[in-house]
Design a protein around this ligand. Structure first.
Ligand code: GTP
Ligand code: MG
Length: 206
């Protein structure tokens, strides 16, 4: 499905606007500005499909993307949906706003039956932060499979990426719902994108 064009299906500002559960879903979660929307564009090779920005807090809804060409009627469901999520941990937005986004993200992650895997994006320069741990706690508790993806790997030297991969492996060992493999990516340079496509295939087919 990465060979065909994709479309933006719907943005859900709250749980009641979610599309009905249908195709297997793969969601991209992570702190504000970690590169979720950029990674989706790199995966789909469609610049500008998911809106990106230098300013944290760009994505404000759960945005659903599907391969083009399906009616959505029963028997003509897309084989997969990718979900771009609002980021968490953005201190500068108004508190009510941050709370609403966090609530939306957490509700979706906890309760979505068709959610096959969450890709949890971590900035390769910063590593896992406290609010990433909270999201992992929630996913472990809800038994939702997740896989860590390091982003912006082009911003640090390869040995530093390798060190962070090692360290992160260690931290994931004790976590029951964490997928043991980890992918280092750069949306800018195309690094790790093919590996991530393969991981998505396995998550959806398996
Ligand atoms: P929110 O929607 O605000 O939570 O952010 P996001 O996680 O969707 O991040 P977004 O994709 O909008 O990217 C944030 C900034 O990081 C943008 O300025 C991107 O150009 C930049 N960026 C994203 N991925 C990469 C990458 O792989 N390398 C580099 N150097 N910059 C990147
Ligand atoms: Mg975004």
């Amino acid at each position: 499905y990465f060979l065909r064009p994709w479309i933006f299906l719907r943005g859900a500002p709250s749980m009641k606007f979610l599309p009905p559960e249908g195709p297997p879903e793969v969601a991209f979660a992570g702190r504000s500005n970690v590169g979720k929307s950029s990674l989706i564009n790199a995966l789909l090779a469609q610049k500008g499909l998911a809106r990106t920005s230098n300013t944290p807090g760009r994505t404000q809804e759960l945005n659903f993307f599907v391969p083009d060409g399906y009616s959505g009627a029963e028997g003509d469901m897309p084989p997969i949906a990718l979900i771009d999520m609002p980021g968490y941990g953005f201190a500068k937005a108004p508190k009510a706003q941050v709370d609403a986004w966090t609530e939306l993200v957490f509700s979706y992650l906890r309760g979505r039956v068709t959610l096959k895997r969450v890709f949890l994006l971590i900035d390769a320069r910063h590593g896992i932060k406290k609010n990433d741990e909270e999201v992992m706690d929630l996913l472990d508790k809800a038994a939702v499979s997740y896989q860590v993806v390091l982003t912006k790997a082009d911003k640090i030297k390869p040995p530093a990426v390798a060190r962070l991969v090692e360290e992160t492996h260690g931290r994931l060992k004790k976590r029951p719902a964490a997928f043991p493999e980890l992918v280092a990516t750069s949306s800018e340079k195309g690094l790790g994108i093919e590996d991530l496509r393969a991981a998505i295939h396995r998550a959806v087919e398996g």
